[in-house]
Design a protein around this ligand. Structure first.
Ligand code: DC
Length: 232
């Protein structure tokens, strides 16, 4: 539709960005793109092919493989959201592990990786009507997006939320490991030289510390109804 826009939701990990972006996209009839899933899918590929581990990264091979990889989003069934695929296979269930989380920010700091991902993200947003979440969507990927949000909360609260999700699928995971991972990724994501995590000057800042998901969603929806009257 002619008046569709781009909505960006950036912020630190486990602030609820993906859940909110998914809900907002559904309400608006937009597509939802989880840009973090793209970096995670590449990390999963790198782990599976022994290109990365805690103290090793084969940057050259990884960069060389980038152009051969197919990282895209496809519908699995008619009513579903788009899901991340790697070389034609759905990998959502493989990319949320702590192992992937521990290595992803290292890989996301590589210039060639970012250039490649941003190119794909641009093509996904070219027709607008998209809600995209990540770290640099409002600052670098779509600096002219019509509506931008930046979510933040303390590392303690985010680790608690993430741990409660992860422990369902990964019985061996501890709260301490999740807390350390959140802090490590915050540091790596905020301090990399290429596209560091930061709030775009024109993004709406929402501190979700004392808010539940519905309250954050309502605040975002309020901004949307002002920017896009009659859209909801
Ligand atoms: O959103 P997430 O936690 O699934 O993202 C995983 C990692 O990917 C995150 O720690 C940093 C990186 N990332 C990024 O560098 N840029 C983005 N736009 C999205 C994610």
């Amino acid at each position: 539709m002619a008046n569709e826009i781009i909505i960006t939701i950036d912020g630190t990990s486990s602030t609820g960005k993906s859940t909110l972006a998914k809900r907002i996209a559904k309400k608006l009839g937009y597509i939802y793109i989880d840009s973090g899933a793209m970096y995670r899918a590449l990390t999963y590929y790198a782990i599976s092919n022994n290109l990365i581990s805690k103290d090793f990264i084969d940057k050259k091979a990884l960069i060389n493989d980038l152009s051969k990889l197919e990282i895209d989003f496809r519908k699995i069934s008619l009513n579903d959201n788009l899901e991340i695929h790697l070389n034609g296979f759905p990998v959502e269930s493989k990319i949320r592990s702590l192992k992937v989380s521990d290595l992803v920010s290292q890989l996301a700091a590589i210039n060639e990786v970012r250039t490649h991902m941003v190119k794909i993200q641009h093509s996904l947003g070219k027709n607008k009507g998209v809600v995209m979440d990540g770290r640099d969507i409002g600052t670098v990927v779509f600096p002219n997006a019509e509506l931008k949000f930046f979510l933040e909360a303390s590392a303690k609260l985010r680790a608690e939320r993430r741990f409660n999700e992860l422990k369902i699928t990964d019985k061996g995971v501890s709260y301490g490991e999740v807390f350390d991972n959140i802090n490590l990724r915050d540091t790596q994501d905020m301090n990399r030289s290429n596209s560091p995590l930061k709030k775009a000057p024109d993004a709406v800042l929402i501190n979700t510390e004392n808010m539940n998901l519905e309250e954050v969603e309502n605040e975002i929806l309020n901004h949307i109804s002002i920017a896009l009257p009659n859209s909801l």
